[in-house]
Design a protein. Structure first.
Length: 336
């Protein structure tokens, strides 16, 4: 699955492409006639993790937990409240607009809804060529050849260059979005639930395309999804997010075979098993109550109001983000 053979063999320590420290994104809440700030939505609240060159890091969690905000913040599509983002050893959190523009070709995004992310007034050729025009890359015939090359790379007929988005299916539109993301030869791509809006029969095709492109081009992915089965298939490591915090991070085998955090255990217990006998006998963990308000999260551990393994310490002391055996990280008082 990895593009770098050293990662597959495990003989070398993988190089970090993206290193995130205390990533924080708060959105102010205003009320009243004078629009005074009365609080802030703590969408992303102090994340520290890394993404290794050539790997796919899966980011999972319930809707509204901050997954998409994290992905957009890594590309500086949202302004940070605090924290550092080291991309190829350069802190992009401190870059101004001009400096950031020079880095943007290396960092791209594939959006969730292929219909909403493609301009219906532009042809497919114009959509894919837009990044090339914006950054002054290639001109004339060379640019047209590059667009046709990208269409072919994502499995579409290069002769479709003059068609419009409404003439394509959802899966084909997502392939167009992938071609646009590849136009500037990026090294890092944030995949923001790229298969969520697609038919189940098409999802596997798009995921297989992403894997093939990763092997061929040496890409690094942050793959955001709520589909745990698909994340297990495509990811090398998985980060589990809850209410603006990452609660557990580890390899696919570690996370799916022996989860440590109670929230991870609950998430995995909801995934259907293909074996009817196993499905009939396994025990599901049902969480009670609703997700707390991100404006005023619980004191201590944010999962304490729904956790089946909660202890008194969880309600008052925020758990430390710590490393366990095997490089797995977890934020939980009871995890061993």
């Amino acid at each position: 699955m990895n593009a770098d053979p050293a990662l597959q063999k495990g003989s070398l320590k993988p190089e970090k492409l993206v290193d995130i420290e205390d990533l924080t994104v708060h959105f102010p809440v205003f009320r009243g006639l004078l629009r005074r700030q009365v609080g802030a939505v703590k969408a992303v609240d102090g994340l520290t993790f890394d993404i290794r060159r050539g790997e796919t890091l899966g980011l999972v969690g319930e809707s509204g937990c901050g997954k998409s905000t994290t992905g957009r913040a890594l590309l500086r599509l949202y302004e940070l409240t605090a924290g550092r983002i080291l991309f190829d050893d350069k802190d992009i959190a401190k870059l101004d607009a001009g400096e950031l523009r020079a880095v943007r070709p290396s960092m791209q995004m594939i959006f969730q809804d292929p219909q909403a992310s493609l301009n219906p007034r532009l042809t497919v050729g114009a959509i894919i060529a837009e990044p090339l025009i914006e950054h002054g890359v290639l001109k004339g015939k060379a640019r047209r050849d590059r667009v046709r090359e990208l269409l072919d790379a994502v499995g579409l007929n290069p002769d479709y260059i003059n068609r419009y988005p409404h003439e394509f299916s959802g899966g084909q539109r997502q392939r167009i979005g992938i071609a646009r993301a590849l136009a500037l030869d990026p090294s890092f791509i944030v995949c923001d639930e790229p298969i969520a809006a697609l038919d189940v029969s098409i999802q596997a095709q798009v995921v297989n395309l992403l894997q093939d492109l990763q092997k061929k081009l040496g890409l690094t992915y942050l793959f955001i999804s709520h589909d745990l089965s698909m994340v297990r298939h495509i990811a090398d490591r998985v980060a589990v997010m809850y209410l603006g915090k990452i609660v557990e991070l580890g390899s696919v085998d570690q996370l799916f075979n022996k989860p440590k955090h109670p929230y991870t255990k609950a998430l995995l217990s909801a995934v259907p098993m293909p074996d009817p006998k196993v499905e009939a006998t396994r025990q599901r963990i049902l969480l009670t109550g609703e997700i707390p308000n991100a404006v005023n999260p619980p004191k201590g551990c944010r999962f304490c109001t729904r956790c089946p393994e909660v202890i008194d310490k969880c309600r008052t002391v925020e758990p430390e983000w710590r490393e366990l055996d095997g490089g797995r990280k977890v934020a939980c008082h009871v995890a061993e």
